[in-house]
Design a protein around this ligand. Structure first.
Ligand code: SAM
Ligand code: DTB
Ligand code: SF4
Length: 318
């Protein structure tokens, strides 16, 4: 459709300059690129299920599932296969095209991979695209998931390399990049994005987008989350995200990664329809659908159906 080659050499300064453009200029550039590569009326619908909740040994400052914080999220066991497939059937019935299974692990054990492979096979047999987010993977684990039919793996970089250590002490940015390489090399599509609202600077936001856009291949999906502030986490009292900041980050993701699906992810529960509409105009073309993300609230399917109808947009596979 567009003969211009994708760029993998975006500098932070270029991304920072994009994000600082007057909003009408930024939105025009984002819309132009969006329309060259995507159906501007289409929103991809993905449903999340927490297959293993809480008790996580990592200390990500934003996360209600870390065992390091007292957030009231109880540590559970891995869900049984039949319960996962029931949830997948319900997601399919409500119109989702992708089913994403999340586990609060630092990294899965071999027996966990056995169980998740069975879930992937079962969900795929229902005709849904499969996605999993299980923490760090070894190369052979990524290959096993691929062999079971896993379509996407979510593993976020979350913020800039410089700010990462302020948010997480139990792993490094290099660990994250290593898993992303294992996923890519196994032939699984990559879902990788970040969070706005961690107390990061504009330069950190540009650093995140420049890092994503400089990966050897752009992630097929780029989730942009607004921090959901959860009581008990170190970021519970962080200032709320300005929706227009989210719009700017989404537009920068759209411009630098033209073909990627950009997902307006966590944080929609507290956003107005109008703010979400601006995110779609900035190039977001996917949402999480269903009342829950992993442990926190998401707009219900009825509200999202009404939102799409109000905007004259529709749900569909990207
Ligand atoms: N444990 C795995 C990991 O960290 O990769 C998978 C699950 S983890 C919950 C997936 C992603 O959820 C994180 O990378 C982060 O981007 C997002 N997330 C977690 N808590 C959040 C919050 N309170 N607000 C917004 N996004 C959040
Ligand atoms: C992503 O980028 N956002 C999703 C998904 N990937 C796994 C998770 C959001 C979690 C929000 C906090 C919660 O519900 O626990
Ligand atoms: Fe664990 Fe993932 Fe939460 Fe970090 S974001 S504490 S790794 S579940």
């Amino acid at each position: 459709m567009n003969a211009i080659a994708l760029r993998h050499d975006w500098t932070r300064d270029e991304v920072a300059a994009l994000m600082a453009l007057p909003l009408p200029e930024l939105l025009f550039r984002a819309q132009t690129i969006h329309r060259a590569h995507h159906d501007p009326l289409n929103i991809e619908i993905a449903t999340l299920l927490s297959i293993k909740t809480g008790g996580c040994p990592e200390d990500c400052a934003y996360c209600p599932q870390s065992a390091a914080f007292d957030t009231g999220v109880a540590a559970g066991k891995l869900m049984p296969l039949d319960a996962v497939l029931d949830a997948a059937r319900a997601a399919r019935a409500s119109g989702a095209s992708r089913f994403c299974m999340g586990a609060a692990w630092r990294s899965p054990k071999e027996r966990d991979i056995d169980a998740v492979c069975a879930m992937v096979e079962g969900v795929r047999a229902l005709g849904l695209e499969t996605c999993a987010t299980l923490g760090m993977l070894t190369r052979p684990q990524a290959q096993r998931l691929r062999d079971a039919g896993l379509d996407y793996y979510n593993h976020n970089l979350d913020t800039s390399p410089e700010f990462y250590g302020d948010i997480i002490s139990t792993r490094t940015y290099a660990d994250r990049l290593e898993t992303l390489a294992h996923v890519r090399d196994a032939g699984i599509a990559v879902c990788c994005g970040g969070i706005v609202g961690l107390g990061e600077s504009d330069a950190d936001r540009a650093g995140l987008i420049a890092t994503l856009a400089s990966l050897p291949a752009h992630p097929e999906s780029v989730p942009v989350n607004a921090l959901v502030r959860v009581a008990g986490t170190p970021l519970a009292e962080a200032p709320p995200v300005d929706p227009l900041d989210l719009v700017r980050v989404i537009a920068a993701a759209r411009i630098t990664m033209p073909k990627s699906v950009v997902r307006l992810s966590a944080g929609r529960e507290t956003m107005t329809d109008e703010a979400q509409a601006l995110c779609f105009l900035a190039g977001a073309n996917s949402i999480f659908y269903g009342e829950r993300l992993l442990t926190t609230a998401n707009p219900g399917a009825d509200r999202d159906r009404a939102l799409l109808a109000r905007l004259g947009m529709r749900a569909g596979q990207s």
